[in-house]
Ligand binder design. Structure first.
Ligand code: IPM
Ligand code: MN
Length: 353
């Protein structure tokens, strides 16, 4: 069976805080659907994150990166701790993985599932089902800029937004293909009235790609998009946007669909020149770590995105449906409650086939 193409090596980076707690549940769910859908998963544990950094001084050693390059996918919990200065793990681990593995799409679906109350009262589940395709390697995250005269009255700090035609095009192309497989709606979100250089590039490239795909490109400024997302989220199907706008909008998307606990993400290398990284949108939440109250839904839905990316679409749908079913029955308020409920639903689905 291990010679079957349906055998996957998946790196598990539990990370810090609630990361290990939620990915443990996701891992169990993946093992359950692997068994029922007839594929094999070999897990490789990889101890990176704040704890590893504080004990070894290493953030992402070359040898670990080389190992990660060889796996089929990476499931990440969350990294971070109040004991690590801001930026060390964000730049040194998360953004470095995105750059090194060329994870140029950050896929962030927001779906209001039955039984869930999102931040806006009175919405029906069908009225909120959109995906943010966030450009994930450029923009203000590219690391361009610097500080001069630090500590003096003349200190100056710049962060430059890097936007390449190739980088924008490949991201929009992914979004257009996704929109064509969904409801056909593609909205570019930017701030072209002020960011006239980057905005112009995004607008022209998105227009070209949409036309080629036979789609009508909608456009919204990012400030207006925030308003529409709250007022009339049903207008969105696929939103394509730059790195920082996507970061901000996806937290809003999480709030609208029930909170950070249920929000999944996939950092994708759509060209499959290496593994993609799947992680819940939430962080390590040190305040609730160890209390048994972490919600693993975001991690399980991230695992669902991972299985879909690996081509195991039925198993992916099993996990997605299981999360919906548990939420629909009234979400448990403990991690083990979630684990038991998910297991029961997944086993019942197998029994029913
Ligand atoms: C996210 C996070 C990261 C980001 C941070 C932790 C670097 O906020 O994945 O949304 O800004 O991309
Ligand atoms: Mn974020």
């Amino acid at each position: 069976m291990t010679t079957s193409s349906r055998a996957y090596t998946i790196a598990h980076l539990p990370g810090d805080g609630i990361g290990p707690e939620v990915t443990e549940v996701a891992r169990d769910c993946v093992d359950t659907v692997a068994l029922s859908r007839g594929f094999v998963v070999e897990w490789q544990s990889c101890p990176l994150g704040a704890r590893h950094y504080l004990t070894t001084g290493e953030v992402l050693p070359g040898a670990a990166l080389d190992e990660l390059r060889k796996v089929d996918a990476i499931l990440l919990g969350a990294v971070g701790s109040p004991d690590v200065p801001p930026g060390v793990l964000e730049r040194g681990l998360l953004l470095r993985l995105r750059a090194e593995l060329d994870l140029y799409v950050n896929l962030r679906p927001s779906k209001l599932r039955p039984g869930v109350t999102g931040a806006v009262a009175g919405l029906d589940p069908g009225q909120l089902d959109f995906v943010i395709v966030r450009e994930n390697t450029e923009g203000l995250y590219a690391g361009a800029g610097g500080t001069v005269h630090r500590g003096t009255a003349f200190e100056s700090a710049t962060e430059e937004s890097l936007n390449t035609r190739a980088g924008v095009e490949r991201c929009v192309r992914y979004a257009a293909e996704l929109a064509a497989r969904r409801r056909g709606g593609l909205t570019l979100v930017h701030k072209t009235n002020v960011l006239t250089h980057a905005g112009d590039l995004w607008r022209r490239v998105a227009g070209e790609v949409a036309a080629e795909a036979g789609l009508t490109l909608e456009y919204a400024h990012v400030d207006a998009a925030c308003l529409y997302l709250v007022d009339d989220p049903g207008r969105f199907d696929v939103i394509v946007t730059d790195n920082l706008f996507g970061d901000i909008l996806s937290d809003l998307g999480a709030a609208l669909s029930g909170g950070l606990g249920v929000a999944p993400s996939g950092n994708l290398n759509p060209d499959r020149t290496g593994p993609s990284v799947f992680e819940p949108v939430h962080g390590s939440a040190p305040d609730i770590a160890g209390t048994g109250r972490a919600n693993p839904a975001g991690a399980v839905l991230s695992a669902s995105l991972m299985l879909d990316h690996l081509g195991e679409s039925q198993a992916a749908a099993d996990l997605d449906a299981a999360v919906s079913s548990v939420l629909g029955a009234g979400a448990p308020d403990t991690t083990t409650g979630w684990e038991d409920a998910l297991r029961a639903v997944l086993n019942a689905r197998v029994g029913a086939r």
